[in-house]
Design a protein around this ligand. Structure first.
Ligand code: F0G
Length: 376
């Protein structure tokens, strides 16, 4: 048996990335996450197409951020930077702290006090980041971080940093390959700062271009004649915000965003205009789902599919259920949902919505009768 080690984003996707011989080849072997087919949800709603989950929580720090962070930190090192800085709802800070530890540079993370899930706080602290909590929202923290990066010696690694998006786009390339060189018809994804939806769309476009002309130069003329129909190969990008933090859907900044999905508790997305363009180009949609819909999908994924994600990652599944109800998704289509972060990041929400355990004497017969377990 030969098991080949996956070498991480910088090595595996080198032709698609803005890296040079001078870019340090750092890695935590991020990427190559599973694309898992849904087993029970489709039948339960009468959907006969193919539904897949891209498990981005299986990255080294438990979220999709690692794909982009490895590129951003490598480029920061290449430019001689000794410190990185980010605002975060938790996952960006965990990832930044891990790659900074690995690269031997300083990570400064600025978080909205009281609104970061404990698993994410523990990660950033364990990786040795300098962690500062501000009295304010993520949006306030981002304003602070932009000033810090402008006026002091630290490289900003939020998704305003385009190297982040260059790394994150690799997830789309994996999806196409994992589907056997097919593009999905729809791609559902949570929207916070709107960096990831922007990255996925550019990944899909670039990869289509590469498949058609990139490694068969002779096909160039063919693309010229058919570029319009080829656009139809690309998926519709379906972004979902939480109803209490849905600035793009409402069309204005939300001063006090509120949602159980703290990862996407953002009132003024940095990539707002990009997200609007992605929706226009892909003939997609940005919509909102309520906290109730998010928690319903959160439990459904765990109890019907055996997949435990953090609440923000359930938003695209809530979005798919909503879009299916609304008749936006033709039966038989190929649908991919990106599940952005691992469920263990936010045990507090899990314990607050899951079934309770009971404390009883250590007596098998008593427990069997309590659980109504039939005798052999
Ligand atoms: N899902 C999770 C689990 C996230 O952590 C984030 C963003 C998103 C979705 C939304 O992605 O911002 O690219 O639209 N988290 C950022 C952070 C804001 O600081 O960790 P986006």
């Amino acid at each position: 048996m030969v098991i080949k080690q996956w070498r991480g984003i910088l090595k595996e996707f080198a032709p698609f990335l803005p890296i040079t011989k001078l870019t340090p080849a750092i890695t935590l072997n991020e990427g190559n996450t599973p694309l898992v087919r849904a087993m029970r949800i489709p039948a339960s709603i009468g959907f006969h197409g193919e539904l897949y989950f891209k498990l981005e929580g299986k990255n080294p720090t438990g979220s999709f951020k690692d794909r982009g962070m490895v590129v951003a930190v490598a480029k920061a090192l290449e430019s001689g930077s000794q410190a990185i800085v980010c605002a975060s709802t938790g996952n960006t800070s965990a990832s930044a702290a891990a790659y900074a530890a690995r690269a031997g540079i300083k990570a400064i993370v600025i978080l909205p006090h009281g609104n970061v899930a404990p698993g994410k706080l523990a990660q950033a602290l364990m990786f040795g980041a300098s962690l500062v909590e501000v009295e304010g929202s993520f949006d306030d923290a981002l304003v602070v971080v932009r000033r810090l990066a402008n006026q002091y010696q630290a490289t900003l690694v939020n998704s305003i940093n385009s190297y982040r998006l260059e790394g994150q786009k690799t997830a789309s390339i994996e999806v196409v390959e994992q589907l056997g060189r097919r593009f999905p018809d729809f791609h559902f994804i949570p929207v916070g700062n709107a960096g990831n939806i922007t990255a996925y769309w550019s990944g899909y476009k670039e990869y289509l271009n590469w498949l058609v002309i990139g490694h068969h130069a002779g096909f160039r003329v063919f693309l010229g004649a058919s570029s319009v129909s080829l656009m139809g190969v690309l998926p519709r990008m379906m972004g979902y915000q939480a109803a209490g933090a849905a600035p793009i859907v409402e069309g204005h900044i939300i001063e006090h965003p509120e949602t159980v999905a703290t990862a996407i508790r953002i009132g003024n997305p940095a990539r707002w205009e990009d997200a609007t363009r992605v929706v226009r180009e892909s003939k997609g949609l940005i919509d909102k789902v309520t906290d109730e819909e998010i928690l319903y999908a959160y439990k459904l994924l765990a109890t019907q599919e055996g997949i435990f994600v953090e609440p923000a990652s359930a938003a695209p599944v809530a979005g798919f259920l909503k879009a299916w109800r609304e008749g936006r998704v033709p039966d038989g289509d190929i649908v991919v949902c990106t599940l952005t972060g691992d469920g263990l990041k936010d045990p507090t929400t899990a314990l607050s919505v899951a079934n309770r355990s009971v404390v009883v004497p250590a007596d098998a017969d008593y427990i069997a009768s309590l659980l109504e377990l039939p005798h052999r």
